[in-house]
Every structure is written in C-alpha cells, then in structure tokens.
Design a protein around this ligand. Structure first.
Ligand code: LIP
Length: 273
C-alpha cells in the first residue's frame, strides 16, 4: 500500500493545532488532576480530552490505522505495536508543568509505519513552539528548517535530562548519580520537564544531548524522527540501536557525543512498554 505521508501530516497538524486550544485555556495552570502510577505521575481532564480529540479525528479519516496513546494505555488499552500505521500520542507531555502553569508542555504525535517513525509533530501552544518532521524532508521549528549542533565532546555539550515520573528508589539513585556525572563533566545541564521538548531542543541545536530512562514510546516517537531529520542521532543509552519500546532514549547532535555519553552514564533498564 502507498502511504501519502504528506497528507497524514497535514491532517495530524490541523488536529494538533486545534487541540492546542484546549491547553491554552489553562495558561496559569490546571489545578485539578488525578494520580496514575504514583504521586508524581499525573493526568488532567485536558490530557484525556486532547487524546480523545486526536484519536477521534485521525481514526475517522484513517479507520485502519492503529493508536498508542498515553492515557488510553493508562486506562488499560494494550500497547500493540505492529507494522501497521500506528499513531503514537502523548496528549500533554509535561503534565506536571501544565498543572503548575510552567509553560513547557507539548502535544507530541508520531506516526510509525513498519515500526519506523515517518512523521513527528511536537507543539507547545503555551509558547507557540511548533516542531515538525517528515521522513526525508528535514526538521522544522515554526516553519524554519533546523539542524543539530556540531558538538562532539561532552565537556562542550549542554545536556538535558529529567528526574521523570517515577519515584522508585532505584530510579532516583540513577538520576542522582547521572546528575553528578553530568554536572562534573558537561558544559551545562538543564531539565525542561517535557521529554519531547528536550528532544526538540537537540534538534534545534539549543541543547546537544538528551537522555532519559523510564520514558515511554509516546514521549519519544515524534522526537526520534525530529532529531534524525535535523541531522542528529537517536540511540539506546548504552550505545546500541534505538528501541522505541525499551523506555530508554539518548539523542545527540553527533554520534561521537552520543557514544561518549552512553559510556559515561549509569544505566537503568525499566520494564518495557
Ligand atoms: C513525562 C515528561 C517528563 C519525563 C517523563 C515523562 P508526561 O511525560 O513530561 O519530562 O521526565 O519521563 O515523559 O507524563 O507528562 O506525559
């Protein structure tokens, strides 16, 4: 079957932009939320509404396509990843930020065909930041083409990573150890509070490397193609090939930097998606 990626992209972009209005109604934060797996893993009605809007809009137009959405999986839908066209959706990536009114959260939508991401959209409506990529067509920030930096050494790199949404002791220890390693060895460290926006910053060249353990496919699907189309690399944090279901990601401006970080950090292997 021939897939019109450009047409899929246009449809998804229109839906994502419209869904962004559901978020901007809460620029000062969204104080009503529920807990999911633990006290720092959160969901709001807006997360659910954005996901429903995107899945309804896309499935009406493409009834044979499949979906993996953060909130549907949280509510018990199986995370079924096949060769079929599969939309992977994080309706609000950075829910903690969204709740507090810290304007770093995004709608992150990727489409995989034959298990490879072919388009990605990361939209932060709070700051009007739109990052997009389609396979073979480059990566864009608000319609301007973007490229990763040329940084090859950790000591010259601005690094982003996160404490994440699990407060399990083993995870916490690894975060603390890697924080110390990065503060000692990198040029600078930042935490944006949105895995998708962290990856978008690598694509933009504003940051040079990002890694995280415990993320899910919906946090990184769009970011993966965005970084690659911007000329960067996306790998497993131990240095091997990227695996979208592994709950592990490392993306960087150059392969040299990616491998240096992979060999420097303490590893964690969460249960797969
Ligand atoms: C979260 C990100 C956070 C990251 C977590 C998770 P959610 O997404 O915002 O930055 O550390 O691993 O990906 O739960 O807000 O969609």
């Amino acid at each position: 079957m021939i897939h019109d990626i450009g047409e899929y992209f246009d449809t998804a972009l229109a839906l994502v932009k419209a869904a962004g209005n559901l978020m901007t109604e809460h620029v000062s934060g969204c104080k009503k939320f529920e807990l999911k797996s633990c006290a720092i893993d959160l969901v709001t009605e807006v997360d659910k509404k954005v996901e429903e809007t995107l899945i309804n809009g896309l499935s009406n137009k493409y009834p044979t396509h499949k979906f993996i959405g953060e909130e549907s999986v949280a509510e018990g839908t199986k995370c079924d990843f096949t060769d079929d066209p599969t939309w992977i959706i994080d309706p609000v990536d950075g829910t903690m930020n969204f709740i507090h009114g810290f304007p770093n959260s995004s709608i992150s939508v990727g489409l995989c065909i034959n298990k490879e991401s072919v388009l990605g959209i990361i939209y932060n409506p709070m700051l009007n930041q739109l990052f997009t990529a389609q396979k073979g067509k480059g990566a864009f920030y608000n319609d301007r083409q973007i490229h990763v930096s040329n940084v090859k050494l950790l000591k010259e790199a601005l690094v982003t990573f996160e404490a994440g949404t699990s407060n399990a002791e083993e995870k916490r220890q690894v975060v603390f150890q890697n924080f110390e390693i990065m503060v000692r060895n990198a040029h600078g460290v930042r935490c944006l509070g949105s895995a998708a926006l962290n990856m978008a910053m690598v694509a933009l060249g504003g940051a040079d490397v990002n890694f995280e353990f415990g993320i899910h496919a919906w946090d990184i699907c769009a970011g993966d193609i965005l970084v690659r189309e911007a000329g960067g690399v996306c790998i497993d944090p131990a240095g091997g090939p990227f695996d979208i279901l592994s709950r592990r990601v490392l993306c960087a401006s150059t392969p040299e930097l990616a491998q240096e970080v992979a060999s420097t950090i303490v590893q964690l292997y969460p249960e797969r998606d």
